[in-house]
Design a protein around this ligand. Structure first.
Ligand code: AHR
Length: 553
């Protein structure tokens, strides 16, 4: 039986009823004719939503960098200094706050020096993912030409207005190389030889990279460490790094889903040396992929996965069920961290999340790990972002895996073709949450009932999150029911709505997706909502994501 860790290793070795009762005494029943009710508790803020919860991830993997982000300076495809122009335009729209790079597993095989200096002098190297590539994959995916490196990545971030987040190699480079990479990026103009090298690449001024990952998945592809062994490495790699008057935010390689032992072992070992060492950790990086659609039949990484575009209603609910586990994971790991870090100085970072299906839906043949997102993935992503908003007080950052031509991509591109997936549309609709005050919100709706291989199963009927910016309230909602709309009243306890506009992403076909030939199959639609006596009345269609923008009185 294969798990995700082995997959990577092997690849490279060859109610019934209503939920009102749950909130009895808190939420009043919905108005007559309306079966669902949302109540926003204006006076119960739950923390500021860090813009970085809307972060991204780009790895030297398949078509993500080469063909996705990077088309090259000599390309006929519209580009800005080699970077795909359509991508830059779209990412500005979603106010992309931060991008993680260069991996993923790739990061722990990457020598940052290969990706600096004159492009024509950069070496070609065997990509970490080489053995997973196939005969349709382009050479640049197997043997990395290093045309895209630190300078190009930071330039990309600057173009889209995002902060760079670099993951350092802990498995196969010494700590001194981490030190030097920080020096290359951040030492003041003219101060060091590396600053001069950076200046030759066009930037005498430092890049001021603040976010640094200390390895990736160190429990697996990042070195097969024990949590104690990794904690010792983390201490060593972070013991002394040049700061140049700015703080560095170091992110430690956290657990795979529910590996509580990894969190406990790491924090125990860090704290054993002295609690002050916890102060050197900015974030603890949890990874959670939803992949197992076997309904408990297997935990085999290959056999348990489902299809990205061909699925039935049960598969729709099951992937959502697997994805929403992330909320319990945030709460669970937070609790374990609190055993050692009572003041919760360290916050969580979910720097890889998304659904992971079996191969077969690639928009471009040969692009490994590429999936074509459907409406189901939009609903999944919206649900996940709502969870992050609700858990804003515990999270510093989250990064969807991965931006383009990969797993849960916002964009698909090949040569001169480019499209925004339903997932990308969700990021557009949710961008307004960034920096808002997350408000406690109660969602009450009839739950979904479905057939799970002959046995009855249920799933919640409506959920979401709310945030406030001055007089603007943004409520995002997911109706996961594949066939039934939710007639809903949205009330604000402690406030009153003046007007409301809804932007909804949905389709009559739950499999709907955008393709190169039909790029606008799934696009958001605007509709004004009815407001009476300060309450918003709106019908949320089946299988939909809605951003309700409410102007308060
Ligand atoms: O996102 C794809 C891979 O999944 C990443 O490289 C790795 O960190 C994880 O296992």
């Amino acid at each position: 039986m294969k798990n995700r860790r082995e997959f990577i290793r092997n690849t490279f070795a060859g109610t019934a009823g209503f939920v009102f009762s749950r909130y009895a005494g808190i939420s009043a029943p919905a108005a007559p004719g309306f079966d669902s009710r949302v109540e926003i508790l204006f006076d119960e803020p739950m923390g500021t939503i860090s813009p970085n919860l809307y972060g991204h991830f780009t790895e030297h993997l398949g078509g993500t960098i080469y063909d996705g982000v990077w088309v090259g300076t000599k390309s006929k495809i519209q580009n800005i200094d080699g970077i795909r122009k359509d991508l830059v335009r779209q990412m500005r729209k979603i106010k992309a706050p931060v991008v993680r790079y260069p991996g993923g597993c790739f990061a722990d095989s990457y020598d940052w020096r290969d990706g600096i200096g004159p492009s024509e002098k950069r070496p070609r190297r065997t990509n970490f993912w080489m053995d997973a590539e196939n005969d349709k994959s382009p050479v640049s995916h197997k043997y990395d030409p290093n045309e895209f490196g630190t300078n190009e990545f930071v330039h990309f971030c600057r173009l889209i207005g995002a902060e760079p987040y670099l993951a350092a190699n802990v498995r196969s480079l010494p700590a001194s190389e981490f030190y030097r990479w920080v020096e290359y990026c951040n030492s003041p103009a003219g101060s060091t030889s590396l600053a001069e090298e950076r200046a030759k690449a066009g930037s005498s001024q430092p890049y001021n990279v603040r976010y640094w990952g200390v390895g990736n998945e160190s429990w697996g592809c990042g070195g097969n460490f024990t949590p104690q062994g990794y904690a010792a490495e983390f201490r060593r790699y972070s013991a002394w790094l040049p700061r140049y008057g700015e703080s560095l935010s170091l992110i430690a390689s956290g657990p795979n889903s529910d590996d509580w032992g990894w969190t406990r072992g790491f924090f125990e070992e860090i704290a054993r040396k002295g609690p002050s060492h916890l102060g050197s950790i900015y974030g603890w990086a949890l990874h959670h992929y939803a992949w197992n659609l076997s309904r408990g039949r297997t935990n085999d990484w290959e056999k348990g996965k489902g299809d990205a575009i061909q699925f039935d209603a049960a598969d729709w609910y099951e992937i959502l069920r697997e994805g929403e586990r992330v909320e319990g994971l945030i709460l669970g790991h937070w609790q374990v961290m609190g055993e050692f870090d009572r003041e919760h100085r360290v916050k969580l970072v979910v720097d890889e999340w998304g659904p992971w299906y079996r191969p077969g839906s690639e928009a471009t043949q040969g692009d490994i790990l590429e999936q074509t997102p459907t409406l189901r993935d939009a609903v999944f992503s919206a649900m996940t972002l709502d969870i992050f908003n609700r858990q804003a007080s515990k999270l510093h950052m989250a990064n969807c895996a991965q931006l383009i031509n990969c797993l849960n991509s916002l964009y698909l591109a090949h040569e001169d073709r480019f499209l925004v997936t339903p997932v990308g549309r969700v990021f557009e609709m949710y961008a307004g949450h960034q920096g808002g005050a997350s408000l406690r919100t109660i969602f009450s709706a009839p739950s979904v009932q479905y057939d799970r291989d002959g046995k009855p199963a249920t799933f919640w009927g409506l959920n979401g999150s709310a945030s406030l910016h001055g007089k603007d309230l943004l409520v995002t909602l997911v109706n996961p029911h594949t066939t039934r709309a939710c007639e809903t009243e949205v009330a604000i306890r402690g406030g009153s709505a003046n007007s409301a506009m809804a932007v909804t992403l949905s389709h009559t076909d739950i499999h709907a997706r955008n393709t190169f030939d039909n790029q606008e199959a799934v696009v958001p639609q605007k509709k004004e909502s009815v407001v009476r006596n300060g309450i918003v009345f709106h019908t949320f269609p089946a299988a939909s994501v809605t951003a309700l923008c409410i102007r308060l009185a």
